[in-house]
Design a protein around this ligand. Structure first.
Ligand code: MEV
Length: 337
């Protein structure tokens, strides 16, 4: 009984509408060509083992400060966080399918985890699909996306279904969520979108950033609501611009979206540096992407400008990530035995 399975799912960039999506406004997300991989071997007992091969997190950083003190920093919290998503994803899948057995899970990632690229959702989607299949169940995509969203809700408290939907289906997705149910469409007509990503250390978790925005909105009720609605209007205009491949307008709308996110308090100096460097070196427009508080910013730029933008990002110590977008969602395969 049981078979060894490998599943992979893509990371994502939020092109427009993060944070406002939590308050019922639409958002547009795209998959990237960096993926999370999970290998799953079923067990005959109920034990679960997890090996993390490569989660692209910096290891231990030692620095000596100006007083000669040695300081130690580590990103292993992010590895532990990935493990909590795996644990929860397996628990929910076991309950849903009434599986009593465990599994040996091996995980690796082509992108940094916890950077705002949707790795948590990709981890959940791949774990759920691989675990179910390894025990002989073919879950449909809808159930995989739903269980993955539930996993995110359990681990981080607040989450829209945006990340789990894009990790499952891939492509370009326009999504709207009313706090309970959601609907989405796959934007099939989006043309080529030359995109560049800059990554800087993420200091806060998604849940913390969502809570920060919530505090601001509660404090400035009407104003907060207006800001969120404005983001929604940007998203509607961006949808049209994306479908007509009007890259200049897409860029300008990214700038407006970034300004509004900065106003909501989720940008940082490092993210703003990335955003302005991209614009300074010829991007049509740029914005932070994801929950903010560090993490990634994206820019749309003419292809001929990409090389310079990437070089400039390296100079300000932001890690450039080159990727195409809009590729496939979940992939699943059997390992030959
Ligand atoms: C995080 O990738 C995007 C947020 O809108 C939160 C969410 O939608 O769950 C900030």
């Amino acid at each position: 009984m049981g078979m060894e399975i490998v599943a992979s799912a893509p990371g994502k960039v939020t092109l427009f509408g993060e944070h406002a999506v939590v308050y019922g406004e639409p958002a547009i997300v795209a998959s990237i060509d960096k993926r999370v991989y999970v290998k799953c071997k079923p067990r005959k007992d109920n034990i679960i083992t997890i090996s993390a091969l490569n989660l692209n997190v910096p290891g231990i950083i030692l620095t000596i400060d100006k007083d000669g003190e040695i300081k130690l920093e580590t990103d292993y919290g992010k590895v532990l966080s990935a493990v909590s998503y795996i644990k929860e994803a397996i628990k929910l899948t076991q309950e849903f399918l009434d599986i009593k057995y465990g599994a040996e899970i091996t995980i690796s990632s082509e992108m940094p985890v916890g950077a705002g690229l949707g790795t948590s959702a990709a981890v959940a989607v791949t774990t759920i699909a691989a675990f179910a299949k390894s025990h002989g169940y073919d879950l449909n995509l809808k159930d995989i996306a739903r269980l993955s969203w539930q996993t995110e809700l359990k681990v981080q408290g607040i989450a829209s279904p945006m990340d789990s939907t894009i990790a499952t289906y891939g492509g370009f997705i326009y999504l709207r969520y009313d706090g309970k149910d959601f609907e989405f469409e796959n934007m099939k007509g989006v043309g080529e979108l030359p995109l560049v990503i800059g990554y800087t250390r993420r200091l806060y978790k998604t849940g913390e950033m969502v809570a920060k925005v919530r505090r601001l909105i509660n404090r400035y009720n009407q104003l907060g609501g207006d800001l969120v609605k404005l983001i929604g209007r940007v998203v509607e205009l961006a949808k049209k611009a994306l479908l007509t491949n009007d890259l200049k307008t897409v860029g300008e709308l990214m700038n407006i979206n970034h300004g509004l996110l900065d106003t909501l308090g989720v940008s940082t100096k490092e993210l703003n540096d990335i955003v302005y460097i991209m614009r300074g070196f010829g991007a049509y427009g740029s914005k932070l992407s994801g929950a903010g508080g560090g993490g990634v910013a994206i820019g749309v730029a003419p292809k001929r400008r990409m090389r310079e933008i990437i070089a400039a990002l390296k100079l300000i110590e932001a890690t450039p990530i080159e990727t195409s977008i809009g590729g496939k969602g979940l992939k699943i395969g059997k390992l030959k035995t």
